[in-house]
Design a protein around this ligand. Structure first.
Ligand SMILES: [Zn+2]
Length: 95
């Protein structure tokens, strides 16, 4: 199965910025059991720790502390990137 759409209130530019930061810090996203809904993302600050990122009903959840306060985080950004959701898309209507 594939994940084609994730609902988010966060602008794409913010996700891209976060994903870039995550990559720079050497974070890695691991798909669990080949299922695009379940991921583990390594922690930048705490080696040996990984956060769970879950795509559930088009929503993106993360187990990190920042996620308690913010609708986005580096871990989710990295997963979106891995899913190809941050790729540039054509303008839907160039009127
Ligand atoms: Zn997170």
């Amino acid at each position: 199965m594939t994940v084609t759409r994730v609902m988010t209130v966060t602008p794409l530019a913010t996700w891209r910025r976060m994903a870039g930061k995550a990559e720079k810090e050497g974070l890695r996203a691991y798909r669990l059991n080949g299922d695009p809904r379940f991921w583990a993302v390594s922690s930048a600050t705490n080696p040996g720790v990984a956060y769970e990122v879950t795509v559930l009903d088009g929503e993106l959840l993360c187990s990190c502390r920042a996620s308690e306060f913010l609708p986005y985080c580096k871990h989710r950004a990295l997963v979106l990137d891995a899913l190809g959701a941050l790729d540039p898309v054509e303008a839907p209507l160039a009127a």
